[in-house]
Design a binder for this molecule. Structure first.
Ligand code: AHR
Length: 513
């Protein structure tokens, strides 16, 4: 009897153990003839006159003999951005844009007035970094410039003068002034933002009022001499403000508007955003909850756009996104300098997967911000410069630039406190290589996945992983290589199925050929 009971208990324990074991999560990746191209512009950046993003960050001034620079821009940053292949750069704001008068930033330095940065700490700037510096930098980086124009405190004339200054190659007052200031050829700027956050710092307007103002500005923004196609971007909604998008789509004739913007930061409480490094699991969860909202916001804004624009003429630009925490305690008010950890890897990986998967309508996105501000890819301290974990995500995801989306699906996702654990997106590049980016946001548990790629012709699979022991791990000026991508070998390909275990809080990019 005793033996029988022992066998029964052992068998029951055996069953419990095995019924608790998680089956691999099934993911499918397929090719679809009419799938969209993942625009490289989804991997765009944003540099505002804010804290140490421009001054003491990107730009150290031509007179600086200690930090090697090109026209005042740090050479180490130029090299790092080139390696990233940044496709576009948005400037000069942000909130700063609606206080900025571009004419104050061209011509001889001694004639330039100062500007008080009223939104960001009230610092007085000397306008030494202006239109020429920015557009020349974009040329060096081979990135498309995206100029964010002043609607809140500017005029229609000021904006059309800026377009003429940068784009006109004939004889005109502004083109002549550009030549006087040392630049013969126009830069041919394509992307123009018509105001920024006009519901807030850009003028506290209602959607209806802004739609009318937008129509007025956009009317006077053609290309000059027919050479440059000007791409006008309407200042868009924040998060789930669907009324804003609906009003723009309804009230603005679509031939006046090439894109509508959307801003969404991963912030769980604007009055107490939590620390950038010393956060606990509860804060991590709340941040990820916000970051994953991007999927819902993008889906619903697109639904509205589809209703008014079924042919997809107007694009969606998420021209500000990223994690936003309390600034590091040592920095002054309004500087927004924060560290960047594995939590930021989780935000970037999941949000970029969302953008890739919605590539049909999402044609541009701009991570906020590029240097020393919010979820930066680069941090500087005097002559030192480091690449953050988010830099490495952007570098790993570079494979998706202008590749064709491969629609993917997580069939039976599991949850971490109600949030989907695994995120995926995939694409096929011109050479026929398939890339699958996978993120496991669970802070503690590894997850086994099985990716069905049986309809794709893949014979070889390899990959890279970005992770670290703790969620709080980051790169510092003393330890700049703590979080860097490593080769990932634990992946098998058998009978059209890829099997792997994604370690807790990790991001993996697989390459199939
Ligand atoms: O990126 C920081 C600020 O966030 C921008 O200036 C503004 O547009 C947004 O509110």
């Amino acid at each position: 009897m005793k033996i029988l009971r022992y066998i029964t208990i052992t068998a029951a324990l055996f069953l419990i153990t095995f019924s608790n074991a998680q089956d691999p999560i099934k993911i499918s990746v397929q090719e679809e003839a009419d799938a969209p191209i993942v625009s490289k512009h989804i991997y765009g950046h944003f540099a505002e006159h804010l804290g140490r993003c421009i001054y003491e960050g990107l730009y150290v001034g031509e007179e600086n003999k200690i930090i090697p620079n090109t026209e005042g821009v740090r050479n180490d940053i130029i090299a790092a951005l080139k390696e990233l292949g940044i496709p576009n750069l948005r400037w000069p704001g942000g909130c700063f844009a609606d206080t900025y008068h571009w004419k104050d930033g061209v011509g001889p330095q001694e004639d330039r007035p100062t500007i008080v940065n009223r939104w960001w700490g009230g610092t007085t700037e000397d306008n030494s970094f202006g239109t020429h510096n920015f557009l020349n930098l974009c040329e060096v980086l081979e990135a498309e410039p995206y100029l964010s124009a002043n609607v809140g405190s500017g005029t229609v004339q000021e904006l059309i003068d800026w377009v003429q200054y940068t784009n006109h190659d004939g004889i005109s007052p502004m083109a002549d002034w550009r030549r006087e200031n040392g630049r013969e050829e126009p830069w041919k700027v394509k992307y123009w933002g018509v105001g920024n956050e006009t519901w807030g710092c850009g003028g506290n307007m209602t959607a209806e009022y802004y739609a009318d103002i937008y129509r007025q500005y956009a009317t006077f923004m053609p290309g000059w001499s027919g050479e440059t196609e000007v791409y006008r971007i309407a200042s868009g909604a924040s998060e789930d403000d669907y009324h804003w998008t609906e009003t723009l789509m309804k009230n603005v004739p679509h031939e006046l508007m090439e894109a509508v913007a959307l801003h969404d930061y991963a912030v769980f409480d604007w009055s107490d955003k939590g620390p950038s490094v010393n956060f606990d699991e509860e804060i991590y969860f709340k941040t990820m909850e916000q970051a994953l909202n991007m999927e819902e916001y993008v889906t619903k804004h697109i639904e509205i756009m589809d209703k008014y624009d079924p042919d997809g003429k107007v694009d969606l630009f998420v021209d500000e996104w990223g994690g936003w925490y309390d600034a590091e305690p040592e920095v002054a008010n309004g500087v927004l300098f924060q560290q960047n950890t594995i939590r930021d890897v989780m935000i970037a990986g999941t949000v970029l997967n969302t953008f890739n998967n919605h590539a049909r309508r999402v044609k541009m996105a701009n991570l906020a911000q590029m240097v020393n501000v919010l979820q930066a890819v680069i941090l500087t301290d005097e002559e030192k410069m480091i690449k953050t974990p988010t830099y490495h995500v952007m570098h790993m995801y570079k494979v998706h630039h202008d590749a064709k989306l491969l629609p993917s699906k997580v069939e039976d996702n599991i949850e971490y406190r109600g949030l989907p654990v695994v995120s995926v997106s995939a694409s096929k590049d011109e050479a026929g290589k398939v890339h699958i980016s996978l993120v496991n946001i669970d802070p503690e548990k590894d997850v086994e996945v099985e990716v069905d790629i049986s309809t794709l012709e893949i014979k070889k699979i390899e990959g890279n992983i970005l992770t670290s022991e703790k969620l709080q791990d980051h790169n510092s000026f003393d330890n700049p290589e703590k979080v860097t991508p490593k080769e990932f070998k634990d992946v098998k390909l058998k009978k059209g199925k890829i099997s792997l275990t994604i370690p807790a809080h990790s991001l993996i990019v697989l390459q199939g050929s």
